[in-house]
Design a protein around this ligand. Structure first.
Ligand code: GUN
Length: 297
């Protein structure tokens, strides 16, 4: 069996970021609008700090206005919601993202609900989730959007394909299932209570793994030739026991990459796959929000 073709998130995200930068330049010249993104980070979670830094750097590189608010982990709920209110009212800001997870004691739902749905570039406000579920134009969560771009660029028309999504999170599983449905796939959402998960997965032409468990999806879970999208970002000790003993870690996906590559037709690597598309889609959503807020098509 031939090795799966790699779906290269680096190349695709570079192309998408270049397209976004061109849109930003056009908005400035033609309408005098500079899309603005505000990212809010509460606390010192190390992974969140890395993600937030890259969001700031990429938005500046695309020519956007970019602000990052870093707040201490003991920030109160009222203070955080007041900041969101200020950003809602700020005409220079078109997109607001509050990095998750929030420190204990803060109510994520209440904070997300405080964001103006038309500036909710994360697509996590219930209004946007509802718009997506009912097929209306919505700001859509960035990771699912990135997965769909990868699938369309790899497979073209997705009509009639059997898609299995493993994971039912609000951030990834549920919205990607909605997008696959909109693309006329036959969609199954599988989760920790699904019976005979390997057999369900083997039915998939498109298998999306969004569970957060390192290398859970094995080769015999995958139909030969299937397209495998790995959303997982899991930190694990190195396989090499010497490096592991030094406390060194590496990032792996939810898919046993080497083994599954011998069966799948196409596969996204981790790192170098979906994660890079997430940031590029955040920039795209910010341009979309800026255009809609200005009443542009
Ligand atoms: N933490 C991990 N991924 C995300 C994301 O897409 N959005 C937000 N707000 N927080 C995250």
């Amino acid at each position: 069996m031939a090795q799966a073709q790699i779906i290269d998130g680096k190349i695709m995200s570079e192309r998408l970021r270049a397209d976004v930068a061109a849109d930003v330049a056009r908005l400035r010249v033609e309408h005098g609008i500079q899309p603005g993104l505000a990212v809010v980070l509460v606390g010192e979670d190390p992974a969140s700090q890395i993600y937030v830094r890259s969001k700031g750097e990429y938005s500046l590189a695309a020519g956007m206005h970019s602000v990052t608010h870093r707040l201490p982990s003991d920030t109160g709920q009222a203070e955080l919601i007041a900041l969101v209110g200020d950003l809602n009212a700020d005409p220079l800001i078109h997109g607001i993202l509050v990095q998750l997870p929030l420190p204990k004691g803060l109510d994520e739902r209440a904070v997300l609900a405080a964001i103006d749905p038309d500036k909710d570039v994360d697509g996590l406000h219930v209004v946007n989730a509802g718009r997506l579920a009912s097929g209306q134009p919505a700001l859509t969560p960035c990771t699912p959007l990135g997965c769909m771009i990868m699938l369309r660029e790899t497979l073209g028309d997705l009509t009639g394909k059997r898609a299995v999504v493993i994971g039912r999170s609000v951030l990834v599983g549920r919205p990607i299932a909605q997008l696959l449905l909109q693309a006329d796939c036959t969609v199954t959402i599988a989760h920790s209570r699904t019976r005979d998960l390997p057999a369900v997965c083997r039915e998939a032409d498109i298998l999306v793994a969004a569970v957060g468990r390192p290398r859970m999806i094995e080769a015999d879970w995958v139909k030969p030739g299937a397209t495998v999208i790995d959303v997982g970002i899991n930190r694990v000790p190195f396989d090499d026991p010497v490096k592991a003993a030094q406390g060194k870690t590496k990032v792996v996906g939810d898919v046993a990459y080497k083994e599954v590559s011998a069966v799948a037709g196409h596969i996204t690597p981790v790192p170098g796959g979906v994660g890079l598309m997430t940031v590029a889609c955040l920039l795209q959503n910010t341009v979309t929000a800026a255009r809609r807020l200005a009443g542009l098509p």
